[in-house]
Design a protein around this ligand. Structure first.
Ligand SMILES: Nc1ncnc2c1ncn2[C@@H]1O[C@H](COP(=O)(O)OP(=O)(O)O)[C@@H](O)[C@H]1O
Ligand SMILES: N[C@@H](CC(=O)OP(=O)(O)O)C(=O)O
Length: 597
């Protein structure tokens, strides 16, 4: 008999009528011959209300008590859903996280799933019951109630689907699938039939609230296909699977994270270990740092810029001020009125001109780019918050995201093309006997024979980034990593990029032309650099990966010249002569997580 996991988010159980409608969907699936496990979130905005209530009682509530409180939202809804099912003539049993054997570690408010015992669920299913499981919660070794982090019911659902070897994992929500960008922000957004795990993982981490990013890490690791669909209709939604909808479109989706803050630490001595000191201090406060840009040092000092969520700015500044003397930096500046606009696409790595197209779209919309970072499948630009919506619309339009790509395939077509061996590989992954959410690294690689080019004193005007990368593209030079960092000195920025070493002389000639055209301060080219890449699943949610990488490189006395992070990779550009040493050191320090799927 086939088994289906159906997850209903808060908006889908927000009132009694919606609870009945969710119950009817589960009963219908059961009557069609499936065993059904429902995963349910707290009703409507109940979790927000509980959070607010706690805030009225205590400014600094204990994390353990917060989880005890927040888990009650799901306990209410599972009981009501089970009652509704019983009332409609089928039999259901509600279970809390502890009762479904959802064992987690003890990191309250962001607990990681260690294991799930399935016997009780299987027994109930075999007795003909619909199991209604509370999403978002688990228990630790001491039977304390834990929660998985906001939006965590998706992760409960996908994890259950993986361990129960479910035939389908359906996520019912208030939209009829995944869109090219949040349809609430941009009405012209298009629903896609299929999106890849990698693209969804990036979009979810950039704030596409439709899925919890950790649920996608899980699905990718265990090969669980996810069907995101509407609670309010029977229409087919979006399949999240290994493949992308199109094999040619450079960009599959866009996202905007409105509330970001930029922090720049000025005059950091350009020697190994200094970034580590800074980011360890911030990491100790459990703050997720994004868009890290270390300007290439001049006069032995570098400016290190990065973004953090706006509501973490105060804590971030406190952490920095605590170590600034020890680091030997000369000061810190920040801007709390910035937003991040990103485009994501599995096919972008193999195409040229994607970054310059994005920069041109932003320039034409009158948007000034303050920082840029790129990774293999993502380009992010930091823009003034007042221009963020215009920026999102401009990039969505430039990449024609409102139109279905000519070679787009439906899920049925993709499934038909799949090799039977693909399924076998997924089964093997599913059977991995591992702490379920453990970090799984797939490789540490080195791309040598690279060169770095840096333009200093780039005026902070719109259109400059577009001009730089259009000119370089027109010269037929393929650019890999790009970073643009805020320059603390005179409000200008500096732009660095990497190219293959054999393209360095030509890249320098073109860069000098560009510098002259815009009155930039200087151009420098460093030959002989290498890009070290750590790839895997869980890189972002295991925030320590970037720190361990810094630590290992610092201990080996290797200076990091550029950094790029994504959900799939952490990249560091270093001096080529240290590449072999760096790779060996990293393989040793990450040995426990390597050799995964
Ligand atoms: N790319 C996207 N595609 C679809 N929805 C998105 C996207 N990005 C953000 N969203 C938002 O996610 C919302 C659904 O998530 P959420 O409100 O958490 O639902 P639930 O309560 O079902 O978990 C949608 O209403 C939509 O506005
Ligand atoms: N109720 C929790 C967990 C959750 O996943 O909710 P939703 O499925 O409504 O996003 C929260 O609000 O974070």
């Amino acid at each position: 008999m086939s088994l289906i996991v159906q997850k209903f988010g808060g908006t889908s159980v927000a009132d009694v009528e919606k609870i009945r409608s969710a119950a009817r969907k589960a009963i219908r699936a059961q009557r069609q011959g499936h065993q059904v496990v429902m995963v349910v979130s707290a009703m409507g905005k109940n979790t927000d209300r509980l959070l607010k209530l706690a805030g009225e009682v205590s400014k600094t509530p204990s994390a353990r008590e917060m989880d005890m409180l927040l888990s009650t939202g799901e306990q209410v809804s599972v009981a009501l859903v089970a009652m509704a099912i019983n009332e409609l003539g089928s039999e259901a049993v509600s279970l809390t996280g502890g009762q479904i054997g959802m064992h987690t570690d003890s990191s309250f408010s962001k607990a990681r799933i260690q294991s799930i015992s399935t016997e009780r669920i299987e027994r109930l299913l075999n007795d003909g019951k619909i199991v209604v499981a509370a999403g978002f919660q688990g228990i630790d070794d001491d039977l304390n109630i834990t929660t998985l982090g906001r939006g965590g019911s998706d992760t409960t659902a996908v994890a259950l689907a993986a361990v129960l070897k479910a035939d389908a994992c359906e996520i019912y929500t208030d939209v009829d699938g995944v869109y090219t960008t949040d349809p609430r922000l941009l009405p012209e957004a298009r629903r896609v039939d299929v999106i890849s795990y990698d693209e969804m993982l990036e979009l979810a981490s950039l704030g596409a609230g439709v899925m919890h990013n950790r649920s996608i890490e899980f699905a990718k690791k265990f090969g669980v296909p996810i069907h995101v669909r509407s609670s309010f209709s029977d229409a087919e939604g979006t399949m999240i699977v290994t493949e992308s909808e199109s094999t040619s479109a450079p960009v599959g989706g866009a996202a905007m994270t409105p509330d970001e803050a930029r922090v720049t630490v000025l005059g950091v001595p350009d020697v190994p270990g200094k970034s580590l000191q800074l980011f360890s201090a911030i990491g100790d406060k459990k703050i997720a740092v994004d868009m890290v840009v270390q300007n290439v040092g001049s006069e032995g000092r570098a400016d290190v810029s990065f973004t953090v969520p706006r509501d973490e700015l105060t804590t971030t500044l406190e952490a920095i001020n605590g170590v600034i003397e020890q680091v030997g930096a000369s000061g810190v500046t920040h801007d709390e009125d910035v937003s991040k606009v990103s485009v994501v696409g599995s096919n972008m790595a193999s195409q040229t001109g994607v970054a310059s197209k994005m920069f041109r779209a932003l320039a034409d919309a009158g948007v000034n780019i303050q920082m840029i970072t790129t990774s293999e499948i993502k380009i992010s630009a930091l823009v003034p918050r007042s221009q963020a919506s215009d920026a999102l619309r401009a990039v969505h339009q430039a990449f024609l995201l409102h139109e279905r790509p000519a070679d787009a395939k439906s899920w049925d077509e993709i499934k038909a093309d799949r090799q039977p061996s693909d399924d076998v590989a997924m089964m093997v992954q599913r059977l991995r006997d591992d702490a379920l959410e453990a970090l799984t690294l797939t490789g540490i690689s080195v791309l040598d024979r690279q060169a770095r080019v840096t333009l200093f004193g780039v005026p902070d005007n719109q259109g400059i980034a577009a001009d730089i990368f259009e000119t370089i593209g027109a010269a037929g030079i393929m650019v890999d990593m790009i970073v643009q960092g805020f320059d603390g000195h005179d409000g200008s920025t500096s732009v660095s990029f990497t190219v293959a070493a054999e393209n360095l002389p030509e890249s320098l000639t073109v860069a000098e032309e560009i510098a002259k055209r815009h009155g930039m301060r200087d151009v420098q080219g460093g030959g002989s650099v290498a890009k070290v890449t750590v790839s895997g699943i869980g890189l972002r949610s295991h925030t320590s990966v970037a720190l361990v990488l810094f630590q290992e490189l610092a201990q080996s006395n290797v200076n990091v010249e550029m950094i790029g992070t994504s959900e799939l990779q952490v990249n560091a550009v270093i001096d080529e002569t240290h590449a072999a040493k760096a790779q060996k050191g990293l393989e040793k320090v990450f040995a426990d997580s390597l050799g995964g799927c």
